[in-house]
Design a protein around this ligand. Structure first.
Ligand code: GLU
Length: 416
């Protein structure tokens, strides 16, 4: 599984760099580099044409030392067990960096949601939930949205689980609609955390967000909100791309207008408020800040040399390969790693879980204030660690995370 070129292999390489610096003992090293549980399920679904399709689904609980597994579910044709395992590991480190009482998990279903009807998506979601039902629960494993999943899918997930256990369980999943126990501010939380990471980094590097130029790859829940909030801070979002193309405007794109275009056309391509931009050209734009907010393995050793930004904020999970990261760091590019930069989403998922368990809900202002505190604390802890060990921010984030998980692993001791 950890073969060369695999996403899990990339995660291991990142882990090893930090574990070596920490002089991590071999036993803990082994425990932290093996997924605790990997579940593979087959989900039969009757499609609208009457035929039965069988979809393969995964749920990986990478580590549950600090608490229930936590992490999203992704629907994508390219999902593999290798990828889901890496994403579950990244959730483990992300929750530890953000000091959340959670382990890390991730789910994925191999499917193409763009080609499925609403009824088919509901049937798939319910069957996938039913297939993994013994492994999930508010104290066991708490899923959430990820690529191509949303509040509606979480609503079906929560309903299926609730029907199974015979009572309404809100805390089994986060990222739900607000009406059924979701948290205010959750939808915007990952993008807001990305904005806060950019703001803190710019402050540290000594430039202002106001007037800074930004390129964003991916205009989904993360990229679109990050762009919107950065624009509200006075930054100029000059380039945005998604898998179908992109737009460029040196004077800054009108983000609300771009969001309205995407709501209608499902892509940024064709937006008339700028010139057309090829998807691959986003990385070489002459900008201050580059935000990869799509999928893993986007900045590689072949295009890392094109990057002109001085700051890269990883909105996606794993967008930069280890080789590309080294190249960027060697050139002095300040990279804020995924497990810190996009931790805002899971942080507000934690707030949602806490609110559900208390049955007492916070105002959006309270949620945003607590998110602000969490992100700034996490950023400061990682920056201090980077300075202390004289390492890049990614290695520092891993050092912080590994230290926290390893400490509790040692404290709890060995069971049998
Ligand atoms: N899918 C998001 C992530 O990768 C959020 C996970 C969660 O809220 O549990 O961080």
């Amino acid at each position: 599984m950890a073969g060369h070129g695999s996403v899990f292999g990339a995660m291991l390489q990142e882990f090893e760099g930090a574990a070596r610096i920490l002089n991590l003992d071999q036993g803990i090293w082994k425990m932290l580099t093996h997924p605790r549980r990997q579940i593979v399920v087959s989900c039969p679904v009757q499609m609208d044409n009457g035929e039965i399709e069988v979809f393969t689904g995964y749920r990986v609980q990478y580590n549950i030392t600090l608490g229930p597994a936590k992490g999203g579910i992704r629907y994508h044709p390219g999902v593999t067990l290798d990828e889901v395992s890496a994403l579950a590991a990244w959730m483990t480190w992300k929750c530890a960096v953000a000091q959340l009482p959670f382990g890390g998990g991730k789910g994925g279903v191999i499917c193409d949601p763009t080609k499925m009807s609403r009824r088919e998506l509901e049937a798939l979601t319910r069957r996938y939930t039913a297939e993994i039902i013994d492994a999930i629960g508010p104290d066991k494993d708490v899923p959430a949205p990820d690529v191509n999943t949303n509040e509606q899918i979480m609503a079906w997930f929560s309903d299926t689980y609730s029907m199974h256990v015979g009572h309404t369980s809100t805390a089994v999943v986060t990222g739900k609609p607000v009406e059924m126990g979701g948290s205010l501010g959750r939808r915007e939380a990952t993008g807001r955390g990305v904005m806060i990471s950019a703001r803190e980094s710019a402050r540290y590097l000594g430039f202002a967000l106001k007037g800074a130029t930004v390129a964003v790859q991916g205009f989904g829940n993360v990229g679109a909100i990050a762009a919107q909030l950065l624009a509200e801070e006075g930054a100029l979002i000059v380039g945005v791309t998604d898998w179908q193309g992109g737009v460029y405007n040196a004077a800054g794109l009108d983000i609300p207008a771009l969001q309205a275009h995407v709501a209608r056309h499902k892509t940024v391509a064709g937006f008339t408020g700028g010139e057309a931009l090829a998807a691959a050209d986003i990385f070489g734009l002459p900008v201050d800040i580059l935000i990869p907010a799509a999928l893993e393995n986007q900045i590689t050793d072949t295009n890392a040399g094109q990057v002109k930004a001085r700051l890269v904020i990883e909105g996606a999970n794993g967008p930069t390969t280890p080789a590309a990261h080294q190249a960027l760091h060697a050139r002095g590019v300040f990279v804020v790693p995924d497990i810190l930069a996009n931790a805002g989403g899971v942080s507000v998922s934690y707030f949602e879980w806490v609110q559900d368990r208390h049955g007492y809900f916070w105002s959006e202002r309270e949620v945003n204030e607590r998110l602000e505190t969490k992100m700034v604390q996490a950023f400061d802890a990682v920056l201090k660690t980077a300075q202390h060990y004289n390492v890049d921010m990614r290695t520092a984030a891993y050092i912080v995370a590994i230290n926290r998980v390893a400490t509790v692993t040692r404290m709890r001791g060995m069971y049998a």
